[in-house]
Design a protein around this ligand. Sequence first.
Ligand SMILES: Cc1cc2nc3c(=O)[nH]c(=O)nc-3n(C[C@H](O)[C@H](O)[C@H](O)COP(=O)(O)O)c2cc1C
Length: 361
Amino acid sequence: MGGNSFGEIFRITTFGESHGAGVGVVVDGCPAGLKLCEADVQAELDRRRPGQSRLTTPRSEADSVSILSGVFEGKTTGTPIAMIVHNKDQDSSAYESIKDLARPNHADYTFFMKYGLRDWRGGGRSSGRETVSRVAAGAVAKKLLSQSGVSVIGHTVAVAGIKTGEVSHAGIIGNAEDNPVRCADPDVAAKMEEAILAAKREGDSVGGVVEVIALNVPVGLGEPVFDKLDADLAKAIMSIGAVKGVEIGAGFAVTDRLGSENNDEFIIRDGKVETTSNNSGGILGGISNGMPIVLRAAVKPTSSIAKEQRTIDLSTVEEATIKVGGRHDPCIVPRVLPVCEAMVALVLADHLLRNRASKVW
Ligand SMILES: Cc1cc2nc3c(=O)[nH]c(=O)nc-3n(C[C@H](O)[C@H](O)[C@H](O)COP(=O)(O)O)c2cc1C
């Protein structure tokens, strides 16, 4: 299986399965001299891990990270940074009775057809647990970006069709982490929670939308033509399990507008070039324009649900029915958010380093 590495200069390779010994990542190309410790990475992993609230699965994975290499006396050395999280709370028994049944809308059918076998314990590499590695690497990328004043923030903007209105950056930073759905508007958050719990009671699940914003991104990141910043961001986000759509800036809404409505007019504010609106989401011609980078990801309802559904038995290729037991979130949206932030940070860190090679300095 190829495709386990991502990035050009700031390059990560991830490994591990849901119910194997552990999951981890090797970060290659991180510059030397960056202050880094396990607590920096742990803080991000804690935002992704299950068992954080009654809305998420009761799996109590501690997801404790160990940095194996690349850091000496609290600073990166420029050598590969290897990080591992040992799996501790895996219980494969819930999967044993459905090991030959393809969970509808999960990766069981396609993995089996492609490889002729599959690790049925928790979905193996197709599990959401694979994203532990991305979040660990993303924590390093976030630290590197912070050296240049760049920060990556995020919030949940929709769950089960319940949407937030306009929220300021300060509102996102101040409020999004205060409730289990990571919605910056507490009243809307309460409605989202109700919808999730209602789906859970029915043995069902719901999806939603997260928004990620990168602030203080310098002008110039992105490599036309195939490695445009928006193209790389879209790939990064679409590579996350359960993400079915990505919008940059105004996204699909641009199709209903006149050019005069959609154009972001240039102005000078406090001596700095800005635009009056940000429908392009901070990217023009595949290159960051200095405005906040704004993207949204559509997250599907968790496919593993307790309701009975029709499927096939992979061993006999006969029709069957399935009820997925085990511990699954009725809504993974709040847990996908830190993963999206991590992927955005990885793309920006990589392009920040690539940009240094773009002209004579
Ligand atoms: C953080 C995270 C947690 C996830 N947790 C679950 C889960 O508990 N149950 C489940 O069925 N899918 C879960 N998923 C989604 C599956 O990994 C995903 O649907 C599956 O790999 C199929 O890929 P696709 O949805 O992109 O087609 C999770 C995804 C992420 C990113």
